[in-house]
Design a protein around this ligand. Structure first.
Ligand code: RRO
Length: 326
């Protein structure tokens, strides 16, 4: 690697900023046949709940222009099986594990945080308060700043002090900055931006919704500009708060765009379904994007797009990043 890609997940240092996106690689096992999963910054697991859950009925995936809809409905093995089987396996592979958690109540999130804190080897907790595929919108805690804060406060107070806690937010709100501020005030160490957008497809032959669950979460390149906008707005309002950016990243250049907007880590999701080794490819491409521009350290360009446009468009001369360079 030519550039220094180290980054910080709260107070934890990662060797590089490329992570999997929750829900797109289960607990990492499927990806291990394609690449060494310890090479990327971390595996972010599918959101785990207290109890095993079979999820929504099928069909639960639909292709859309430049994206896809999913209506999985939080399928998973539950925390006991995760702790007995999946976490030890991830650790045995030398991977860093960011564990995504989801619950139907504040108490469930708190219990999950306790269980994960009792286990060894959890790098961070991503608190998924924004799953679109739940029975009631009232369960989407990320749609209300006060509800979001309640969950984050409960998790932060139960999670071991050395485990960073990130809140995963929904773009389906009028003011994502208000939700972000509420989560950070409640103790979140960082923010994951963004979950999928609520969408729907109707089959014009059957004249019925394609998904059995009717609505689903829209992901893929179609949502990348929405993600970049959310990262930008939150970075502008909360410049010191680490952001994991995600939403339609397919290439190293896409990841670089999110970094310029303010993300210091980037999760890769939907592209994994047709390119299972996308994470390592994107890592290599990001390194090339930085090297081609003479950028030696990733940390120097996080949020760079917020600086006034005084510099040549390519390169760092005249920017704060350049002034920090030796
Ligand atoms: O399981 C899902 O249906 C799901 C979740 Br938990 C989520 O956070 N986002 C999404 O698009 N699907």
């Amino acid at each position: 690697m030519a550039a220094d890609l180290r980054t910080r997940l709260g107070h934890v240092e990662l060797p590089n900023p490329i992570l999997t996106a929750s829900g797109c690689a289960a607990a990492g096992r499927e990806l291990a046949q394609f690449f060494d999963i310890s090479r990327i910054g971390a595996i972010v697991t599918k959101s785990v709940m207290l109890a095993p859950r079979s999820g929504r009925p099928t069909p639960r995936m639909a292709e859309t222009p430049s994206g896809m809809l999913n209506s999985i409905g939080l399928q998973g093995p539950g925390i006991d099986a995760f702790l007995q089987r999946d976490l030890p396996w991830l650790l045995s592979r030398g991977a860093r594990a960011v564990v995504s958690i989801a619950g139907g109540t504040v108490a469930e999130y708190a219990e999950l945080a306790t269980r994960l804190s009792d286990a060894a080897g959890v790098t961070a907790i991503e608190v998924n308060i924004s799953c679109p595929n739940v029975e009631h919108r009232g369960q989407v805690f990320a749609c209300d700043p006060a509800a979001a804060a309640e969950v984050l406060e409960a998790v932060r107070s139960r999670a071991r002090y050395d485990i960073p806690v990130f809140a995963k937010l929904s773009p389906d709100v009028t003011d994502i900055v208000a939700v972000a501020k509420a989560c950070v005030s409640a103790g979140a160490d960082g923010l994951s931006l963004i979950n999928t957008l609520l969408g729907m497809v109707i089959d014009t032959d059957t004249m019925r919704p394609v998904l059995a669950g009717e609505t689903g979460g829209l992901s893929g390149p179609a949502i990348r500009p929405v993600a970049v906008r959310c990262i930008w707005q939150v970075r502008a309002a909360l410049p010191g708060v680490p952001i994991i950016g995600m939403g339609g990243v397919r290439t190293g250049r896409d990841a670089f765009e999110m970094i310029l907007a303010g993300a210091s880590m980037v999760s890769v999701g939907t592209v994994i379904f047709h390119d299972p080794s996308a994470c390592v490819r994107i890592l290599r491409e990001l390194d090339e994007e930085l090297s081609q521009r003479g950028i030696e350290r990733l940390a120097d360009v996080v949020g760079l797009a917020h600086e006034p446009r005084t510099a040549p468009r390519r390169g760092l001369a005249g920017t704060a990043a350049a002034r920090r360079m030796p």
